[in-house]
Write a protein that binds this ligand. Structure first.
Ligand SMILES: [Zn+2]
Ligand SMILES: [Zn+2]
Length: 256
């Protein structure tokens, strides 16, 4: 892989390794671009504390650390600093305020929850509700329109167990939207390694039929994930099987 835009750090409380190790592994693999996209903090305002993302007061250190590494390794790799976040309309204003003072290079949209995390409905839980599926797709479309996320992490996270035709209608709608925007669908390597419900062949085939492009996202929660060529190759095979053309770089986030 020449670029990976889906990379976490220890700050999210469920990833390991040092910041420097992520950069060094990416260089070792031969990547030209490393995009940092750790789980973005929310300002909840109700005292809720998330166990799966950095806290608002860790944002300083996140930027400080990767800006330093960016300078140090400038001859070897281009580093972008961003976040992976859900789109939660009622919390956006506070999050925008929190990030306003930081030079955020890009954001990726990972809709892990349909509403707020504290409401506790994980998107990957199996469910046959069309209403939930519709809401998921509507949220992603609204989020990309409002905030301009660079791509959607594991777009096939939603674990719909209802009728195939209904799945096709809504996920087809999502694929068409992404295609019109020139946004590739992610083939999520972590999901593949862990045997999760994504990457989903039924989703990627819909995307292949519609003519979407795809990008491999390591979703690295450990530095070694960035040198895991075996699973990268398996993602490549996935794309081929589903008729998806892979892109290496995201628009505007190439080698500097
Ligand atoms: Zn994570
Ligand atoms: Zn992720």
């Amino acid at each position: 892989m020449l670029a990976n835009y889906h990379t976490h750090t220890f700050r999210c409380q469920h990833a390991g390794g040092e910041d420097r190790e992520y950069v060094e592994c990416a260089i070792k693999h031969g990547m030209k671009v490393l995009g940092m996209s750790d789980h973005c903090p929310w300002v909840y305002g109700d005292g809720y504390v998330s166990g799966i993302r950095m806290t608002p007061d860790q944002v300083d250190d996140y930027f400080y650390s990767f800006e330093r590494l960016r300078r140090e390794y400038a001859d070897d790799i281009t580093i972008y600093i961003g976040f992976e976040a859900e789109y939660v309309p009622e919390l956006m204003e506070e999050q925008n305020k929190l990030l306003a003072d930081y030079p955020v290079d890009y954001m990726i949209l990972g809709q892990h929850f349909i509403g707020k995390e504290s409401d506790g409905v994980y998107t990957g839980a199996s469910d046959s509700s069309e209403e939930r599926l519709r809401r998921y797709v509507d949220l992603i479309i609204a989020g990309v329109e409002e905030k301009g996320y660079s791509y959607v992490a594991h777009p096939d996270l939603i674990n719909f167990s209802g009728a195939e035709e209904i799945y096709k209608v809504h996920m087809g709608r999502l694929c068409l939207f992404l295609k019109e925007r020139g946004i590739p669908v992610e083939i999520n390597m972590l999901g593949l390694i862990d045997g999760r419900n994504y990457p989903s062949e039924r989703f990627l085939r819909i995307a292949g039929d519609i003519g979407n492009t795809a990008i491999i996202g390591c979703d690295a929660h450990s530095p070694e994930s960035l040198i895991d060529t075996m699973h990268m190759d398996m993602c490549r095979e996935y794309a081929k099987r589903c008729g998806l053309e892979l892109v290496d770089y995201l628009p505007g986030l190439g080698v500097k």
